[in-house]
Each structure stands twice: as C-alpha cells, then as structure tokens.
Design a protein around this ligand. Structure first.
Ligand code: GP9
Ligand code: MN
Length: 635
C-alpha cells in the first residue's frame, strides 16, 4: 500500500489524493487509541488522554515536517514509526503486567533468561497486549488484496492547502504541548520519563552514553546508612555462634499467614512455628529492583538497594561487598553456602555469589533430578537434599536457600494440591496461588523435620521471608478474589507485605515486631541477634529491634518515590507526578492527601539514589577483609 500511496502523485503539488490523507489520519487515530490504552494500562491515570494526544501530535508534527520536503519519506516514516511503536507498546505492556514498570534496553542481557521462564512469559502475554500489533499484518493484507478496489479514493483529490492547514494545526498544537512541557520543568522531566517515544529514546541514549544521573551522596545520609553504635539490649547476641539458615520463599505474601481459605488453614506449619521461639515481623515489605528474586537476595544479604531496571547481580557483579557471608566468616563461621534448584547462570548467580563471599553455590545441576515441579526439583526434595549437604559442613555455617516451586504461574502438580478450592477459584491464579502456598508450607515442615533429625536444628537460627508478591492487584481477577477474601479492597499494603519469620529454638520468646521494615533491614536486624557489629560496610537498612520508626523505600512494582512507613503507604504515581500519587492510611485503607508527605517521598527517592551512587562508585566496603584482600591480589 505504501508504494501505491507514494506512486499516486499529487497533481503538480497542489492536491493530495484522498487515500493518502485517509491513511495518514487512520494511522494517527489508531495510534491515539493504542497510546491511550497503553497509558491507562500503565497507570498514568487521569493524564492518559494528555499523554495519548502528545504521542500522536508529536508523531504528526514530525510527519508534517518531513511531508514538507518529501511526501514519500513522510508516509514511510509514519508507517515505520507506527509499526515500531505498536511493537514496543506490546512488549512494554507485557513486561509491565508482570514487573509494573517499563522495560529498559539495559535489560537486553536479561533476554538470555527468557527461555528459562517460558511458562511465565506464556502466562503473561495475552490478547490484552497482542491486539496492539494484530492490525500491522492487516494493513499489508489490505494493501495487497483490496487496494485496487479502492481506486476511486486515489482519484479524489483534496486541495493541498486544506491538508496543509490541518497539518499546520497539528504542528502548532504539538509546539504548544512541547512549550508546556518545557516551561514546567518538573512536568517536563516526568513527561519525558513516561511518554512512550521519549521514554525509549532517552533510555537508549542514557544507556549508550552512560549518563547515570545520580548526585553525589551527602555525608549526612552516608552516616545514617552506617550505624555507628549498636544498642545491646536483652536480644543482643542471643543466637551468637549458631548456624544461620536463611530461606527466601518464592512469591510468599504475608496474608497467607494465620489465615484460612474456606475453613482450611493455608500455612498450618508456619502458624504453629510462630507459637514457639519465633519472632514474627508483621509489617514487613519486599524491596526489589529490576532483578526481581535476585534483588531480594541482594537486599537481604547486603542491606543494599538494587538498581531500578537491572539486576544488581548483573550490573554490579564485581563490586566489593561485605554482607552476611563475609561478616559471618569474619566472626568464626566456617563457610557460606547458597542453595537453589535452578540453572546456575540464571540471574548471574554463579558469578555474583562468589564475589559476595559465598564459598559454594549448590545449583540445580548439583541436585538429583527427582520430583520435578515446573522449573526444577520440588521444594520438598530441595530441602531434603540440601540438609544432607549441610550435615557435612563444619559448624557454625551460613546456608542461604532459595525456594522455587511456588513460582508464577503456581502450577503445583494435582497430587500436591491439599486445599479444596471453591468452583469459582478453580484454574484461576488466585486458586493456584493458595495451593502453592499450602504446598510450600508443607515443604518447610519437611525441612524442619530434616533439620531436627540431622541434629542441626538446636544450634541454628532460621530466617524465612518472601521475595516478592505473587498476586498483583493490577490483575483485575486477582484483585477481585483477593478483595473478597480479605474483606477489603486489595491494595498495595497487602500486595507488598511479605512475612519475615525468625526462629531461634530456646533463644528467643515468641513475639511480634510491628515496626515497618523491608528486605534491606534483615541484615542489621539479624546481626543484632547474632551479636555482630559491622563497621566495615554501608548498610541501608536499620535494626528493627531498635528502630524508632519504620521507613521502607520502593522502586519496583511501585515507582521510585513510593514508600511505606508505620502509618501510610505512599504510592508514587507511575507518571511521577506527585499530584497523581495515591496515599493510603494503613489502619483502615482510607485515602489521604499526598501533599503532606511529598518531603518524605523525596527522601525515599534520595535514599535509593544514594545507594546507586555508592554502588556505581563501588564504595560499599570501607575496609576489606583478609579474604577480600587475598582475592584482589590474585586478580
Ligand atoms: C529462578 C527463580 C525465579 O532462579 O529465582 O526468579 P523470578 O522470576 O521470581 O525473579
Ligand atoms: Mn521470585
């Protein structure tokens, strides 16, 4: 069709044929519909129409400018940009429906991992995104099959000055939009970060020319991040010298704890564990970046934030760290070991772990491949085989275990589904998720039985937490089922809350700590129980036993600037416009005016940016350990 449109020349440059004009407007109108849909879906909210108009008018303006010189180049430009952006929209929206932020070209290296999560990709990509590209082949079919039937459209000539007048109006409006954007600098920044064309252009430029825009860290924040003196209360050092076993549980949210589904308890084992020798943190939230599971690991082991769009394990693989593995080994531990039943290269773990002080990584390849659930051996089998390995370690040791069976889309085999679902929940993400959580709880019970039988239990402290949410509230069906289940509208406070459970037999009394905390707080909190002080590295978290108030900064699944404290959940608008932010009171879920909290939102943003500065400049470690010095000299 393009060739056809181009060849039907305008008459001496004074008229334009109707087919050409209709095609231009059809593309622009479709472009607007798609843009508006995209912005709505990525939660630009009330600004969706403005953004949609901006996208279309700016494209129209560029078309008009090119048309002035060459009508052929103009139509080629229009169809190329339309096809490309449609494709980007489809990819963006698919990614967004899982990660709740737009993809960045810095994530291209992560594409190598797509094969490993093909079930996840299949579950995510649906007609909700695919319709954005289905019209592309139709345009070509239309051109090839029926274009000749519309010859009369080419014969109708429109006075070019009318067409040009319309084009001029488009250009003028575009300039008005650009002017508004330029004269309101804060809006300009936020607009550029969210309008689809500028977002991708800036993202590519940023990655090509490396303008990693972070300010220098001010010394005050730096000092805040570096706890100088620990408070030695009655919990200080109660688990000193014990084996440390940290278990990161895939996609476990806090709402499953102490809750029944249709009369059936979801986590009977964990619930019973809370009764004895266990500290439960009931206001604890996940904090990840672009690296999902691996960033939860990174935050917990190092008390650092990961980058917004990339995995810390990939971007900062070779930095110097001094997190839990090194800290424990400097305090008498014989070794630090990571366990996970999936491919060793996934998330770059094989390279990131040794650099963070882990002595060995027991990955999927090293386990007997029995009882497979989706991506790897079942959690039950994983725990049993891991304890067999742990039995061979000299005590005290550090074991870091990452579960897998409850990975999206929660396809637990029928034989391992212990909850009887209501008919309306059969086959839904919500129903499958409940089954997966019940299964994990049972697998954890097996782990504890094995630990007891191996004789390791009494001398261990076991830490368990969820890595991130499993049921998004931007999936309408999950939101509906969860709201019915919880008895209130399912919102960010429920989505982001994951359990943190610390079990130390005969060392602590069961209690609930309610100060608000997140992944980065685990390290200082755990060091308190182990009686270890860290004066060699920056930690961005706080000790939840001594913290006066909680402050959890977010950047993935909620835009940067979002935070959760003891009173509120501040959800920074996806378009980064404060006015559009949603703030909820945690006590009753009611909405409050965001303006009172703008300063805190800025603080949350700054805190993560400070961490990025520290990571970018490799400043985490103040003083290297002997082991680190040896490794550097070997290099
Ligand atoms: C794979 C597992 C899943 O190793 O950790 O990672 P996720 O997709 O949840 O980030
Ligand atoms: Mn995960």
């Amino acid at each position: 069709m393009f060739v056809h449109l181009i060849n039907k020349k305008s008459e001496e440059g004074k008229t334009e044929n109707l087919a050409y004009i209709l095609s231009v407007f059809a593309v622009l109108i479709l472009f607007f519909i798609k843009s508006f849909y995209l912005y709505r879906e990525i939660e630009i909210g009330k600004f969706s129409a403005v953004f949609g108009v901006a996208t279309v008018f700016i494209t129209g303006a560029v078309f008009a400018l090119i048309y002035h010189f060459s009508r052929k180049a103009a139509i080629i430009f229009l169809f190329t940009i339309y096809s490309l952006i449609s494709l980007f929209m489809c990819i963006d929206l698919s990614y967004y429906s899982y990660a709740r932020h737009l993809p960045s070209c810095s994530q291209i290296p992560m594409l190598t991992m797509i094969g490993g999560i093909s079930n996840t990709v299949n579950a995510i990509v649906t007609m909700r995104q695919m319709w954005l590209v289905v019209d592309l082949p139709i345009w070509f079919i239309f051109a090839a099959v029926i274009k000749n039937k519309f010859n009369y459209l080419y014969s109708i000539k429109i006075n070019l000055s009318t067409f040009k007048r319309i084009i001029c109006a488009v250009v003028a409006l575009s300039f008005i939009i650009i002017a508004v954007v330029c004269f309101v600098p804060s809006f300009a920044f936020r607009y550029l970060k969210n309008e689809i064309i500028t977002y991708h252009v800036l993202d590519i430029a940023d990655n090509l020319f490396g303008s990693f825009a972070v300010d220098e860290v001010d010394s005050e924040t730096y000092a805040m991040a570096y706890p100088e003196e620990e408070e030695h209360d009655e919990l200080w050092g109660v688990a000193q010298g014990r084996n440390v076993i940290v278990i990161q549980i895939e996609a476990m949210q806090a709402f499953v704890i102490n809750r029944e589904y249709n009369g059936q308890v979801i986590t009977p084992f964990l619930n019973s564990l809370l009764e004895d020798d266990t500290i439960y943190f009931d206001n604890y939230y996940y904090q990840i970046g672009g690296g999902n599971t691996s960033d939860a690991e990174f935050a917990v082991n190092n008390s650092l934030f990961a980058p917004e769009n990339e995995s810390a394990y990939m971007r900062y693989t070779d930095n110097k760290y001094y997190g839990l593995p090194y800290l424990l080994k400097d305090n008498g531990y014989t070794g630090a070991y990571a366990f996970h039943g999936y491919e060793r290269e996934f998330w770059n773990r094989d390279k990131a772990y040794p650099n963070q002080g882990f002595d060995h990584y027991y990955s999927g390849e090293q386990f007997d491949q029995v009882d497979i659930i989706e991506m790897g051996i079942s959690d039950r089998e994983f725990f049993m085989q891991s304890v067999d390995i742990m039995k061979t370690f000299e005590e005290p040791f550090y074991s870091f275990m990452i579960t897998l069976s409850s990975h999206y889309p929660y396809n637990i085999p029928i034989g391992y589904r212990y909850i009887e679902l209501l008919p309306e929940h059969e086959g839904t993400l919500f129903g499958l998720y409940i089954e997966a959580m019940r299964y994990v709880d049972k697998a954890l019970e097996t782990l504890f039985i094995e630990l007891k039988e191996s004789g390791l239990y009494e001398n261990s402290i076991v830490v368990m937490y969820g890595d991130h949410m499993g049921l998004p509230n931007y999936d309408w069906q999950s939101k509906q089922f969860m709201s019915e289940f919880l008895g209130h509208e399912y919102y960010e406070n429920d989505v982001f809350k994951v359990p943190l459970i610390i079990h130390a037999p005969n060392a602590v009394e069961s209690q609930t700590v309610s100060v608000t905390g997140g992944h980065v707080d685990v390290l200082p909190t755990l060091l308190h129980l182990l009686g270890i002080e860290n004066d060699k590295s920056v930690m961005f978290g706080q000790d939840l036993f001594t913290a006066e108030e909680g402050f959890v900064c977010q950047q993935a699944h909620m835009a940067r600037g979002s935070f959760i404290d003891d009173e509120i959940v501040y959800v920074m608008a996806q378009n980064q416009i404060d006015l559009n932010s949603d703030v909820y009171k945690k006590s009753d879920g009611s909405r409050v005016d965001p303006s009172k909290y703008y300063y805190k939102s800025e603080l949350a943003k700054k805190r993560i940016e400070d961490c990025m500065y520290i990571l970018e400049n490799d400043l985490v470690v103040f003083e290297e350990t002997d082991e680190q010095q040896e490794t550097s000299s070997e290099d």
